[in-house]
Structures are given as structure tokens and as C-alpha cells.
Design a binder for this molecule. Structure first.
Ligand SMILES: [Zn+2]
Length: 694
């Protein structure tokens, strides 16, 4: 190892690989939750254009290799042993190390990147703390365990859990953000935005693994006392929670007593715990809202417009012990999500096999929630494991490239995780080809393209989704693998996020699928009924929630039809990948599916993602081949793929296939019958794009 390498390795192990303990326990029975609406504040148009993000700032030669345009989503960190910390410190350190450049300040670093035409993020860690980052203040900022220890984030890494109920740590974060803005950052990433929303799950996990759980510092305990005083009268406190004197009540032993229970057991055993979790969740939300609001205000005062993203692990769809991981309630505060992802049904596998491990559900959800690209990356625990293997052992070049193509085909982006000490040039080589391709063909990825479909999955964000995340994930997977194009529509919960969805918004759809209507707002329930009454079709899994009898099958209502499905077939499909669940789901709603796309013998391995660009007078069809072997990472190419698509254009002059897999454009023959166009795509290795031009 060169001098310095060891340092970097140490930093990586400390920082990037440290993941919430939630990822350490896999629970096959857990389900998950979901997303939010699209009220984003973007005026920097770069976000709506195709970009290539990397995790840590790379030197010029590597930037070229991977076609990076946004240099270092996770630039900010600390460098162990070097006494450096700040919003750019880690990226700057690595970039300097490999390029030999010396930067006298953050501003100089940012300026040097700007001169290369790059966009530069700064990063703020909002839950994880470390002595190298906060210095002596860490004692004040860290939450405490029941026995008074500093709460840990990652015991081995020496990092601690920063208490979001403590206004001082939020002020510290605001200071970090101002530093980033002053230095000229184009955007800020907030890592682990969930904060004290993770308290319940970390308390639960601490009963299985060695860690000091958070939730017991004076800010938490006294904050909870104040919360109860604000929300309940003393007689309510006595009747509901057996608290006779709020001012002297000892909360610590009571909260600690049930930590070993899963979420539902815990709130059933002690109803006070539900209030405690709500207090933690709301307090964190208010704190992070203050952070984001103050950074935006400061940025504006400096004549700048800062873009803010956040990491929320798998968009909150991963659960342990039924505890809801948070994240999507921040959608309206953020410009976009840049998030670690995982196919959560197989959470114990670092790289679950294709074709099963599709990420379309998360990519569409992130976009629906923010109206901006879902910028998605392989979770840090999986990458950490990979780095520990010699470069030739785990072959994932094509595996990564499939996910990369899929992200761009779903109007998102796939983050490059190349890190030189681990010599991953080969592993990221497939993605490099795709990055080059998407940048050379940016106009094909125009964010204003619409999906030509009459089908939508309507995601109502709210507590009801806690038991039904698998339902949403399974639905998305069924539709994608059946080549039924669909939109995901996101609406809030009326608390963290506004409810803005109207009948007008749904007017283009013939069929909506609603993953959970449990605990949605009265207005949302009315909306679903009105949609059907006015002639639409809705697939609903909990008819009683809408006031209907719990009967399986079609149910006529007004001018339309409900399909009530009492068994959660999509969740079963997501959890098992047994194809009979997919086909039985399709059989149940068969008569209501309007065919927009047919791909012969797609066999869950070929998925088409079609778009319509009326301004350019063309259809775009992204074709992805998910047939990638788990053992040797071999892509099994397809040939002569028969495709039929519904046509919105009055006529067609050409059908062209382009691809990162070959250099020549292919003009292919086509026929048009009754508004349907048919053609045969000669070859599909990993990723083709078909352009149907008027
Ligand atoms: Zn605390």
C-alpha cells in the first residue's frame, strides 16, 4: 500500500460502511412503507437534465473515464487522523491525493471543480457524529442510552448518534451548510435525514447487538414531558397512560422496559410508546425543517439558489421489527432524493440476483415524491462488503450496468461508487458506457417526457402504508414485468405533506391501483370513490376502509368498477417472486388493462419503458435486458424481439434503435395497423433505446 492508502481505507471503513444498525438485522416477515407528493422548489435547471453523479470527488482522469458531471455526492465527512472535517473534506482529500492538487480552502476546491465544468455538492451528516467532526461538542450533541452512555451510531467506527431534539446540533448543521454555500456548492446532501425517527428501531436493535441505544438524553426525556403536557390534560394522562403527576414522572424506566419488543407489540403493551415515537418523529421533522429552511434563506440572501437532497435508506421501505424507517415525509422540503437502495425482500443479500432485483418501484416513487430524478445508489453496506473482496472475485460489472440503465430509463440517475484503492475500473466499466450514452443522448431523457399509459399506482403517504409497503413494491414489479406502463402518483398525509391530488389529476387514467387506503384522509377516500363513480376502475385491497363490504372481486359503483382484492397478492409476489402470483393478479384485473405495450416472450427479463415526446414528435422506448447470471455476471443477449406499441403519432417516418452496446444506428422496418405499431428489435444485449419518429 502506498502511504496514505491505509488512511483512506480506515476512513472508508469508519465512514461509508457505517450503516444504521437497522440494516444489520434482516427480518423476512417485515413489510414496509412509502412516499409523498411533488411540490419541489427547483429553479436550477441542471437537476432536470441528465447528470452523472459520483459518490466521492474523483481526479480529472477518472472523471473522464466515468463521464461524471456532479463530483462527489458524499464529499463531506471527516478524515480520521488528519483532523479534517467539513462539507467537502473527504472528497477534497481523495481528489487531492490522486490528482496531486493542493487546495487552500473549500472555495478553491469548488472553484477548481467548476473550472472543469463540474457541479459540486457539499455534505452534512445529520445523524452520525464523530469526534473528528464535532470535536468536544460531541458530548453535548450525542443522545444518551438508558444507562447514560453516549448513544452509538456505529460502535466499531467510534461514531455517535446525534440527537435531533437538541437544537444545538441543528445549529451546528446549519453552520456546516453555510460553509458549503459560502464555498460555492451547487447542492447540499443531507445524509441520514431520518434522525430521531430511528430511535424506536435502534432501541429494538440494541437488544440484539452491542450498541448504546438513543432516546434517553435530557432533550428526549424533558422534551417528551413537554410534548405530553401540550397534548393531554392531566386527567387524560392519568386515564390513558397511568401518569398521575407529569412534572415528576420518571419516563426512563418506563421507556426502557419495552425496548425488546417489535413496534406493534410495543405500542400494544404500552400505549404511551406510540406517543413517544410520535414525539420523536415530529420533533425530528421540525428540526430538519428548520435546518433546510434556514439554509435556503441563507442561500437566497447570498444571491444563490441551493439545491438540497437527502439520503433516506430505500426511501423508508425497509423495516426491522415492524419499525417504520422514515424519509418520505421530507419530500416537499427537498429538491430530490439521493438515496441508498436495496431490494428489501432479500435484505440479507448484498446483491440480490437479477432479474428479480428490479429497482423501478423506488425510482418511480422518488420521482413521484419530488418531481425530480431519483438519484439512486447501491447501499453502503453492500459496497463495503464488495471492497473487502479481491477485485476479481465478485463479478458485478453487468449487474451494476443493468441497474444503471434501469435508473436512467426511469428518469433517474445511478450513482458511481468507484473508489481507486479497490481498483474497480472493471466493475464500473459497464456503467461508464451507459453514462457516456445518456449524456450524448440527453434529449431522449427529457424530463418533460410523459409515459403513455392509462394506468397509475396511487401512493397515499401515511401511516396506513406501514403494513403495506410490500404491496406497493409488488404492484410496481408486477406491472413492470408484465410490460404494463404506469405512472406513480404521490399524495401527502395531510400532516407532514399536503394532500393536493384531485379528480382532474387522475383524468387521464382508466385504472388506478391503490396500495393501501388504511388511514388515508377522508378527502382521499372520497377521491377514490369519485374516480370510480365517474367511470374509472380502481384496484383496492381494503374495501372496508372505504365503507364497502369485504367481498372479493369486481364491484360496480356509479359508472365504474372497483376490484377488491382481499389477499395481498402483490406483497406475496414481492416476497416470493413466484410467478403464479403475478399471473393470478393479472387474471383478476385482465379485462381492465388497456394494452399500450406488448413484448413477446419477455419472460420477466425484458422490460420496456415507453415515453412520449409530443414536442419532438416521437415515442421513445427503453428496453432493458435483466437476464444477467448471478454467478459469472453473464448477460444473455436476446434477439428478434417482437414489439407492439400503441401509437399517438398520426404517422411514422422511421424506427431507429440506438444503444451503448453498439455504435451504428439501426433503422428497422415497421408496420402500422389500427393505431398500433409493430416492429422487431434485432438484438438486445443489455440496453437499447428505440426512437419512433413522426
Ligand atoms: Zn436525545
Amino acid at each position: 500500500m502506498k502511504k496514505g492508502m491505509k488512511n483512506i481505507l480506515v476512513v472508508l471503513l469508519i465512514g461509508l460502511i457505517s450503516v444504521p444498525a437497522t440494516a444489520m438485522i434482516s427480518n423476512p416477515l417485515t413489510s414496509q412503507n412509502f412516499s409523498t407528493p411533488s411540490t419541489t422548489q427547483q429553479s436550477n435547471s441542471w437537476l432536470q437534465e441528465t447528470q452523472v453523479f459520483d459518490m466521492l470527488a474523483l481526479p480529472p482522469n477518472r472523471l473522464k473515464t466515468f463521464h461524471v458531471t456532479v463530483n462527489g455526492l458524499w464529499n463531506g465527512f471527516f478524515v480520521e487522523g488528519e483532523n479534517l472535517s467539513g462539507p467537502f473534506e473527504f472528497g477534497k482529500y481523495l481528489e487531492s491525493f490522486y490528482s496531486g492538487n493542493v487546495y487552500e480552502s473549500d472555495a478553491a476546491f469548488v472553484q477548481a471543480q467548476h473550472q472543469q465544468g463540474l457541479l459540486v455538492p457539499g455534505t452534512i451528516l445529520t445523524t452520525q457524529g464523530h469526534p473528528a467532526l464535532q470535536g468536544d461538542l460531541i458530548e453535548d450533541f450525542a443522545c444518551r442510552s438508558a444507562d447514560g452512555q453516549m448513544a452509538t451510531w456505529d460502535l466499531n467506527a467510534g461514531s455517535y448518534f446525534m440527537c435531533a431534539q437538541n437544537p444545538d446540533i441543528i445549529d451546528w448543521m446549519i453552520g456546516q451548510g453555510k460553509k458549503a454555500i459560502d464555498a460555492g456548492a451547487d447542492m447540499i446532501t443531507l445524509d441520514e435525514i431520518e434522525g430521531n425517527g430511528l430511535v424506536g428501531i435502534l432501541q429494538y436493535v440494541s437488544t440484539f447487538i452491542e450498541s448504546n441505544e438513543p432516546g434517553f438524553c435530557p432533550n428526549c426525556l424533558e422534551g417528551f414531558r413537554a410534548y405530553l403536557g401540550d397534548h393531554f390534560t392531566s386527567s387524560e394522562l392519568s386515564t390513558l397512560f397511568d401518569i398521575s403527576d407529569l412534572s415528576t414522572y420518571e419516563f426512563l424506566p418506563r421507556i426502557a422496559a419495552t425496548m425488546n419488543l417489535s413496534y406493534f407489540q410495543r405500542i400494544q403493551t404500552d400505549p404511551l410508546m406510540k406517543e413517544y415515537f410520535t414525539f420523536q418523529e415530529e420533533g425530528t421533522f421540525d428540526a430538519k425543517k428548520r435546518l433546510i429552511t434556514e439554509l435556503r434563506t441563507y442561500s437566497t440572501s447570498q444571491g444563490k439558489n441551493i439545491i438540497i437532497s437527502a439520503n433516506s435508506f430505500a426511501l423508508g421501505t425497509s423495516q426491522t421489527g415492524d419499525y417504520l424507517i422514515q424519509g418520505l415525509q421530507y419530500s416537499s422540503l427537498l429538491d430530490f432524493f439521493s438515496f441508498e437502495n436495496k431490494y428489501t425482500a432479500l435484505s440479507d443479500q448484498s446483491f440480490p440476483s437479477l432479474p428479480r432485483s428490479k429497482w423501478v418501484a423506488w425510482e418511480k416513487l422518488a420521482r413521484a415524491a419530488t418531481n425530480a430524478p431519483g438519484v439512486i445508489l447501491v447501499d453502503s453496506a453492500a459496497m463495503g462488503k464488495l471492497w473487502q473482496q479481491p477485485f476479481s472475485v465478485k463479478k458485478i460489472r453487468n449487474y451494476l450496468a443493468v441497474h444503471c440503465a434501469e435508473a436512467y430509463a426511469n428518469q433517474g440517475a445511478f450513482v458511481n461508487w468507484f473508489i481507486k484503492p479497490f481498483d474497480q475500473t472493471y466493475r464500473w466499466g459497464g456503467c461508464a458506457k451507459i453514462y457516456d450514452f445518456v449524456l450524448r443522448n440527453r434529449q431522449l431523457y427529457d424530463a418533460s417526457s410523459s409515459i403513455d399509459t392509462s394506468t397509475a399506482v396511487v401512493y397515499f403517504f401515511g401511516k396506513g402504508m406501514q403494513n403495506n409497503t410490500g404491496n406497493y413494491l409488488g404492484l410496481c414489479q408486477i406491472l413492470a414485468e408484465s410490460n404494463i406502463p404506469y405512472d406513480v402518483i404521490f399524495d401527502g398525509d395531510g400532516q407532514y405533506l399536503n394532500t393536493t391530488l384531485t379528480l382532474q389529476n387522475l383524468s387521464k387514467y382508466h385504472m388506478i391501483l391503490v396500495p393501501s387506503v388504511v388511514d388515508i384522509t377522508t378527502q382521499q377516500k372520497t377521491l377514490v370513490k369519485e374516480f370510480v363513480a365517474s367511470g374509472g376502475t380502481a384496484v383496492v385491497f381494503d374495501p372496508e376502509e372505504l365503507g364497502f363490504p369485504a367481498n372479493e372481486g369486481p364491484y360496480n359503483y356509479g359508472n365504474g368498477t372497483f376490484y377488491f382484492m382481499l389477499q395481498d397478492i402483490p406483497a406475496l409476489y414481492y416476497q416470493t417472486y413466484t410467478d403464479s402470483y403475478r399471473t393470478s393478479f393479472l387474471d383478476a384485473i385482465d379485462s381492465s388493462i388497456e394494452e399500450h405495450l406488448k413484448i413477446k416472450n419477455s419472460n420477466r427479463k425484458i422490460v420496456g419503458y415507453p415515453y412520449y415526446q409530443p414536442g419532438e414528435k416521437r415515442h421513445i422506448l427503453h428496453l432493458i435486458n435483466y437476464d444477467c447470471g448471478a454467478l459469472f455476471d453473464i448477460i444473455w443477449p436476446k434477439s428478434n424481439i417482437q414489439i407492439q406499441m400503441k401509437l399517438l403519432l398520426p404517422s411514422v417516418s422511421s424506427v431507429t434503435v440506438i444503444s451503448p452496446d453498439f455504435s451504428e444506428k439501426q433503422n428497422i422496418p415497421f408496420t402500422i395497423t389500427d393505431g398500433l405499431i409493430e416492429f422487431i428489435v434485432p438484438t438486445l444485449r443489455l440496453y437499447d433505446v428505440v426512437v419512433i419518429q413522426e
